[in-house]
Design a protein around this ligand. Structure first.
Ligand SMILES: *[C@@H]1O[C@H](CO)[C@@H](O)[C@H](O)[C@H]1NC(C)=O
Ligand SMILES: *[C@@H]1O[C@H](CO)[C@@H](O)[C@H](O)[C@H]1NC(C)=O
Ligand SMILES: *[C@@H]1O[C@H](CO)[C@@H](O)[C@H](O)[C@H]1NC(C)=O
Ligand SMILES: *[C@@H]1O[C@H](CO)[C@@H](O)[C@H](O)[C@H]1NC(C)=O
Length: 380
């Protein structure tokens, strides 16, 4: 066996050792000098900057604390409700409708809604604007969403903030939550019947299904076969669905794939609620989107489609919103299950027409109801 092997390293000559040591020392020294120079350089640069450009550095240091102070001093939501009170009873009310609007529509679209279909809703209707500080007109219950700008379209940030507000403050007081545009007409009695026929303890995300325009399909950041609810004709959430969605709304708001609003809400639902738009061809007709008239006047003689629908969108010109109520009330008149006082409470705006039980829209209505600036009182 190779027993005798050189176990000890070969002796090295002393002259070589001292040479190596000296080289190591030199390298170490160089490194130290280099570090000291860098530190000195940084120090010098900083002092020079402070001397010649103090505002730059000071601003850099101070921005974070200022931001913190700001976000604490302005609340995320400001309620400007006037005489209005939210339902707070032990038994849930059927629906809370949130109308997404902006300050420029206070005295047109919002006024028209307040005069017309608000009265037909079995529940409450409130209006949501962004961080506008314009005063709310009398009688318009308003929530200001301070974390989003007001006059930005599509109202992508608004929808997430609105649902968050509804969740934080009212999720247990209503069965259903409706996301509505300010250019939609809702037949509240009919929507009520539809919602009463469903179960609000199930995940409901309902409306007019869509996949986007052909060029966009597959580019909206959601599954190719996924159907979302288009925004215009209204989107319904059950309180159960809102509870599941709510903790994720900030994520959805901060992680968007497009500038759209309804498709982003759809993505949020796809990712966290894991439901498609509860819809089919029949439901689609109930949430009626007027594709032919893009400006959506609804000023022509209304036919079977409009009579059958529960919501009509878009009604761009508010005077046509006012025109729609006689049509609607005319239909309600034929519903003998409604008591006359109840009919009045809905159709008071069109009092005379209702009494004559005429189904025809009237053009004289505008002569009786004229929007006064910042007021919802008819001047008849
Ligand atoms: C609203 O927010 C936008 C963008 O965040 C901002 O530019 C604007 O000054 C804000 N307006 C008000 C009234 O706070
Ligand atoms: C409503 O749905 C919930 C949850 O699925 C279920 O427990 C409940 O029995 C349903 N209620 C009715 C009346 O069907
Ligand atoms: C809305 O309709 C009314 C009545 O037809 C008309 O006088 C008015 O100019 C229209 N407004 C707009 C903005 O088109
Ligand atoms: C209609 O409303 C007005 C004011 O809002 C009220 O004075 C009037 O009594 C109402 N009419 C009916 C028949 O309810």
């Amino acid at each position: 066996m190779g027993y005798v092997r050189d176990v000890y390293p070969m002796p090295i000559r002393p002259s070589i050792i001292s040479k190596r040591l000296r080289r190591k020392e030199k390298i170490l020294g160089d490194i130290i000098v280099c570090c000291i120079s860098i530190l000195a350089g940084i120090q010098l640069t900083t002092s020079l900057c402070y001397t010649f450009f103090p505002e730059v550095l000071i601003r850099k240091c101070k921005i974070p604390p200022q931001k913190v102070v700001e976000s604490h001093s302005i609340p995320d939501f400001i309620e400007d409700l006037g005489e209005f009170h939210f339902h707070k009873g032990p038994k849930r009310k059927l629906m809370l409708v949130g109308v997404m609007t902006s300050n420029k529509y206070f005295n047109s679209r919002d006024w028209a809604i307040q005069m017309t279909w608000t009265k037909t809703i079995p529940g409450d209707v409130v209006y949501f604007v962004g961080n506008s500080t314009d005063p709310a007109p009398d009688g318009l219950p308003l929530i200001r969403l301070n974390r989003v700008p007001d006059n930005v379209y599509p109202p992508q940030g608004k929808v997430f903030e609105m649902l968050k507000y509804m969740y934080l403050n009212h999720v247990d007081n209503y069965e259903y939550f409706v996301r509505a545009d300010d250019d939609v007409f809702i037949k509240g009695e009919e929507l009520g019947s539809l919602l009463r026929s469903m179960n609000s303890s199930e995940n409901v995300y309902m409306g007019h299904y869509g996949q986007g325009i052909p060029e966009e399909i597959g580019k909206l950041g959601m599954g190719k076969d996924f159907f979302y609810c288009i925004g215009g004709p209204g989107v319904i959430f059950s309180h159960k669905a809102l509870k599941i969605l709510a903790p994720n709304l900030d994520n959805c708001k901060g992680d968007t794939a497009t500038f759209h609003e309804d498709t982003e809400l759809g993505r949020c639902v796809e990712n966290y609620l894991k439901e498609q738009c509860k819809s089919n061809r029949k439901v689609r007709q109930l949430f009626y989107q007027n594709y032919r008239e893009v400006k959506g006047t609804f000023n022509h003689e209304l036919g079977a489609k409009e009579s059958h629908a529960i919501t009509l969108h878009p009604v761009k010109n508010s005077s046509y919103t006012l025109n729609l109520i006689p049509v609607y009330c005319g239909m309600l008149c034929l519903d003998l299950s409604l008591s006359l006082p109840h009919l009045y409470s809905i159709c008071n705006v069109t009092y005379r027409i209702v009494l004559s039980r005429s189904v025809n829209p009237t053009t004289t209505i505008l002569a009786h109801i004229v929007p006064k600036k910042s007021s919802y009182c008819p001047t008849s």
